[in-house]
Design a protein around this ligand. Sequence first.
Ligand code: HEC
Length: 114
Amino acid sequence: MTTLIKLIIGLTFSLVPSTTTSNTTSEGITPIIVENSVRSEKTTAYEILNKKCNVCHARRNKRRVFTLENMTPWVDDIYTQVFIKKRMPKGKKIKLTTTEYQQLLTWITSTQNQ
Ligand code: HEC
């Protein structure tokens, strides 16, 4: 029993310095990981906007063709039209899948947390 406790204490102490060093490194890494995941959420959302919205907007609403640059400033409009008023995607032909709704929402939420 005592050997076990000594072993645990020994282990804990031997782990402390390495934990501290890995903490300092992860501090430098974390923002990059967060930034990357935000970026891929955005890219995923952009692919949906491009595939399910731009196809029509390009013809019928040219001033609202989504790009990686304008999608974030338009996030509130997108949220309102797709999730609140449910007006978009317009018509019956183009539909979003459950996954696409989820992915859009994930991106929308990520922009609110920044
Ligand atoms: C089949 C055609 C079509 C599709 C698909 C479509 N839209 Fe639209 N959208 C329109 C048209 C036309 C307008 C302008 C007239 C209106 O608001 O109804 C519009 C307007 C909008 C507006 C501005 C509305 C306002 O009142 O400010 C937003 C935001 C929008 N669309 C988002 C989207 C998003 C996001 C998608 C994809 C998930 C999408 N639309 C898919 C045709 C479409």
